[in-house]
Design a protein around this ligand. Sequence first.
Ligand code: SF4
Length: 371
Amino acid sequence: MPRVTFPHMGESYRTFKMLMNDLGNEVVLPPRPSKRTLDHGVRHAPEFACFPFKILMGTYVETCLLGAEIIVTSGGVGPCRAGQYGQLHKKILLDLGYPVDIIVFEPPRLHPIDFLRNIQRLNPNRMSYRAVWDCIKRAWQKLIALDETEKITHVVRPREIVTGSTTRIYRKVLEWIDRSHSAKEIEEAHSSAVEAIKSVEQDPERKVLKVGLVGEIYVLLEPASNLEIEETLGNLGVEVERSMFLTGWTRENTFSETHETISVKDAAMPYIPLCIGGHGMESVGHTVVYAKRGFDGVIQLAPFTCIPEIVARTILTSVSKEHGIPVLTFFLDEQTGKAGMSTRLEAFVDLMKRKKWQDELPEHNAVKKGQ
Ligand code: SF4
């Protein structure tokens, strides 16, 4: 049985674990990225490689040490380095002495034949196309359950009465979804998970801020790479809306662009009229859309040395001025610390509060009285 692994991207590993097992592979689970992962990544990746490349490098070394023989990953389109990740990782791993193969999935709507060929390589028992399709359908259902459940935590966390209660329940319900296997079980686990999170005790009167999260896909989806920014913001009383989830990204790259993607690209067009690779264009477009929807602020997550996000960052200064929406950018790398990030987030939240509720703030009223 081939020993297969894949990148760790948030909770999506639970879906890929089930899918790879169902297709007849032995799964080597990628560990959650840690300091040890980064140490491996920094040691073996080129110095100026982007941050996600280093984390993936470290993850692959860790999984190769656990016996992985095949790495399954996605490719990338557009003028940035993502498209070369697979080949470069493979070359470095072979040089290190790990006899590993990498299967790179490119967007199926652009490369349908390659997609089918790759699926066959991960189908050692030569299951029928119908059976493979059933496995993929259940995996998709589980991915939706994971994404939808996570979205609800973003709404509940800033309103919870007991700090940390949403995260505690969320950890528990993830295990329910993880254990489900048949379509019926996944459906039941999904609805029980949503119920459980909604039943967290909340303060419905609490005023919360609404912030959009934009940026590069890996640092948006993997909390270990963004130092759990969504949780920190939730604990500061901020409802987060992340611009990208794996289900949304998969829909766009598998079928055709959704209406949402098209309107985001339209919104970006006056500022950035061509694809610059990565998600630079989407970062700008989503910021415009969030401003139009009345959000209180936007946070951009950018890997250090990521050219598309650096370009987007320079444009976001004008977007922020023209649309009157505060934008905060974090460039993330192995040096970024949680304490520094929390301090900047607290200051940003303070700024948004002043902008939104200026007249209600006690210090503002004190100044007024003293006039
Ligand atoms: S999008 Fe940015 S981080 Fe991702 S591969 Fe391209 S340059 Fe690197």
